[in-house]
Design a protein around this ligand. Structure first.
Ligand SMILES: Nc1ncnc2c1ncn2[C@@H]1O[C@H](COP(=O)(O)OP(=O)(O)OP(=O)(O)O)[C@@H](O)[C@H]1O
Ligand SMILES: [Mg+2]
Length: 286
């Protein structure tokens, strides 16, 4: 039986690069031979659109974990059965990278009843054997979906934007994580500086602030993701940066940074830098 590693990318602050990290870390790991599923745990469905054309989607994670009702008969709504997670798995154009997408309907999860918390973890158990990594992109809040994602994960990576007040709200996040760590095995695998611009003292001060943090400082990845327009452009083509056709200094730098991050992640997990003798390739499945 293969050991599947589940990593949640979490920070309740919006726009800090969670989705960009989830998508491109996932493709970097796939690129060195690991089988990866990107699991979109955010109703905004950005990770889904980053790697897949949403028009082509049928079932999503919403149908797997959210209670849904058929209102065809007025006054007598019928609860619809949950879909099996297998029906919500899609291959992307990138080799060894699958997506389990969400949609806006998943916002209903946060209004669901408490037992819903376990559904994601249970559903993922049914597909885990097919993957080396499950990478969970979390929503920008500490709601039920966030809790469900963290419950399903054994590791968490916290992206922190190298901007003004980088640790704003991180205290609440760490408190939530601490509660989960106290109850079961959850490991903060690392903190990642994102949107870093070495030319500004603001960015350098932000890194310093994270370095001083008792929890995140010692876990800070050496790799930093710099501000890079290519990372913002690639999603428009529904591809991770590794498959972005436009070769430029910017895209090559972004690929290098995510490859270095993947290497650090694999090192911390004591896994080989490359799975088997898989050749490094930007191989398209179709
Ligand atoms: N290194 C970068 N350089 C330039 N733009 C970036 C970079 N990282 C992310 N972006 C852009 O910044 C925006 C926010 O990034 P992203 O969606 O990854 O953040 P998020 O934390 O997932 O946001 P949310 O909290 O809304 O889910 C996106 O438009 C993304 O393309
Ligand atoms: Mg996001």
């Amino acid at each position: 039986m293969r050991k599947t590693i589940t990593i949640a990318i979490a920070n309740q602050k919006g726009g800090v690069g969670k989705t960009t990290t989830a998508v491109n870390l996932a493709s970097a790991l796939a690129n060195v031979g690991y089988e990866v599923a990107l699991v979109d745990c955010d109703p905004q469905a950005h990770a889904s659109t980053f790697v897949y054309d949403r028009e082509k989607l049928d079932a999503t994670l919403t149908d797997v974990i959210c209670t849904r009702w058929n209102h065809a008969q007025p006054g007598r709504p019928m609860r619809l059965p949950f879909e099996h997670i297998r029906s919500a798995v899609y291959t992307t154009s990138f080799a060894r990278l699958d997506i389990i997408p969400s949609n806006i309907g998943m916002a209903a999860f946060d209004r669901d009843t408490a037992p819903a918390i376990d559904r994601l973890e249970e559903a993922l158990r049914d597909v885990a054997e097919h993957y080396d990594f499950l990478i969970l992109d979390c929503p920008p809040n500490l709601g039920l979906l966030f809790t469900a994602a963290l419950k399903a994960a054994e590791h968490v990576i916290v992206p922190v934007a190298a901007q003004y007040l980088p640790l704003e709200g991180v205290g609440d996040l760490l408190q939530s994580l601490d509660e989960m760590i106290a109850r079961r095995k959850l490991n903060i695998l690392g903190a990642l500086m994102t949107l870093f611009d070495a030319r500004t003292s603001l960015a350098r001060n932000a890194v310093e602030a994270v370095r001083q943090d008792a929890t995140l400082g010692p876990r800070l990845f050496e790799t930093m993701i710099t501000v890079n327009t290519k990372l913002a452009e690639a999603p428009a083509y529904h591809v991770p940066i590794h498959a972005y056709q436009e070769q430029s200094a910017g895209s090559i730098r972004a690929i290098q940074q995510f490859d270095e991050l993947a290497l650090e992640v694999l090192n911390r997990l004591q896994l080989p830098a490359r799975k088997k003798d898989e050749k490094r390739s930007i191989r398209m499945a179709k």
